[in-house]
Ligand binder design. Structure first.
Ligand SMILES: Nc1ncnc2c1ncn2[C@@H]1O[C@H](COP(=O)(O)OP(=O)(O)O)[C@@H](O)[C@H]1O
Ligand SMILES: N[C@@H](CCOP(=O)(O)O)C(=O)O
Length: 319
């Protein structure tokens, strides 16, 4: 359940008067998602998403995210920009939280995408990267490679409460991935989504209708974005079954738009191992620090350990 902040009909009705969007007809909390509070809002004119930003999204980062969404939307990418109020402001405050009213996009996120859908999603990421070549802003990846060792150290031996021996096993893998990690100048860097899991891609049939949830977007290796996507899309939820056909379709759809440079292609498997460590660590931290009775469902860190083991046994992502 991702509605942390309750909004009353009165507060929302009053909030909407700042915009030229018609009057409130109905609204309801959206259960999906874990980071922010999201509501589906219906007015006399249209549908919108109301997002109240909770503790993981820093208010200071919102201008970057909104500029990024505006840039992509202006270039015809299927992303949801924030709606500006009558004075041109996109970022607001509601019920004590930073808040945005966001364009609603049609489509559903898939739990079991097919290879054709993965190909379309890879192509959508390629088009997004191509549209970002003239985007000038930057944001540090606060979940990037420099942050893995400190987060590992913060989790410490408690990792063994998740699975016996995880502290030593993950420590070993982390050392390996850090020593294989490419130097900054070795391959193209860009603003990337950094969390394009199936739940952040809206689709109708085989068509991508929306790329959402840009709140981890940051500057990093461009190929790291597709590696994150590969690790999220090519396995079942538990990370037990690897589907090479889906992985290949994803990479293939992407490289039709943004061909891989030789250095990117060679580094993909190490970037995917890094992606596993990143999500394993954030999930492990949440696992160890979220009370079992909290409203939000904790995601299984070991699903990323299993993926890491699969990548560890691979020579390259293409086969
Ligand atoms: N612009 C949008 N159009 C349509 N649905 C959206 C939009 N933004 C979010 N949603 C819906 O809200 C859910 C949660 O949004 P998301 O941004 O993933 O939340 P969180 O940041 O909390 O993880 C999505 O799974 C989707 O169903
Ligand atoms: N995709 C991450 C968690 C971030 O959740 P999101 O709902 O904001 O995409 C994971 O699965 O660990």
């Amino acid at each position: 359940m991702a509605v942390y902040t309750q909004v009353s009909a009165e507060a929302l009705g009053d909030f909407l008067t700042r915009f030229d969007v018609g009057e409130l007809v109905s609204f309801k909390g959206i259960a999906e998602g874990v980071e922010n509070s999201n509501y589906l809002v219906e007015t006399t004119r249209d549908r919108f998403i109301l997002t109240l930003y909770e503790k993981r999204v820093a208010a200071a980062d919102l201008p970057f995210f909104m500029a990024l969404l505006d840039h992509l939307a202006e270039r015809g990418q299927p992303v949801p920009p924030a709606i500006a109020d009558r004075e041109g402001r996109e970022i607001h405050e509601l019920c004590g939280r930073p808040a945005c009213l966001i364009r609603f996009l049609p489509g559903v996120s898939l739990s079991e995408p097919t290879a054709e859908q993965a190909r379309a999603a890879g192509t959508a990421m390629g088009k997004m990267h191509a549209a970002l070549t003239d985007f000038d802003l930057a944001r540090e990846n606060t979940m990037g490679v420099e942050h893995w060792q400190p987060l590992f150290d913060k989790c410490g031996k408690s990792l063994n409460e998740i699975s016996q021996g995880l502290y030593d096993d993950l420590g070993f893998q982390l050392d390996e991935v850090l020593s294989a990690w490419p130097a900054e100048t070795q391959m193209p860097r860009s603003v990337i989504h950094a969390d394009l899991f199936p739940d952040n891609v809206l689709m109708l049939g085989d068509d991508v209708t929306g790329l959402i949830d840009f709140y981890f977007a940051c500057t990093d290796f461009r190929a790291y974005d597709i590696a994150v996507m590969h690790s999220a899309w090519s396995f079942d939820n538990e990370g037990r079954r690897f589907d090479r056909e889906i992985g290949n379709a994803l990479l293939d759809g992407y490289q039709k738009i943004v061909p891989f440079e030789a250095a990117e292609r060679a580094a993909l498997v190490d970037l995917a191992r890094g992606a596993c460590i990143r999500f394993l660590l954030s999930r492990a931290w949440d696992w160890l620090n979220t009370p079992a009775d909290a409203m939000v469902t904790r995601k299984d860190p070991m699903a990323y350990w299993r993926r890491l083991e699969t990548y560890d046994a691979m020579d390259g992502l293409f086969a």
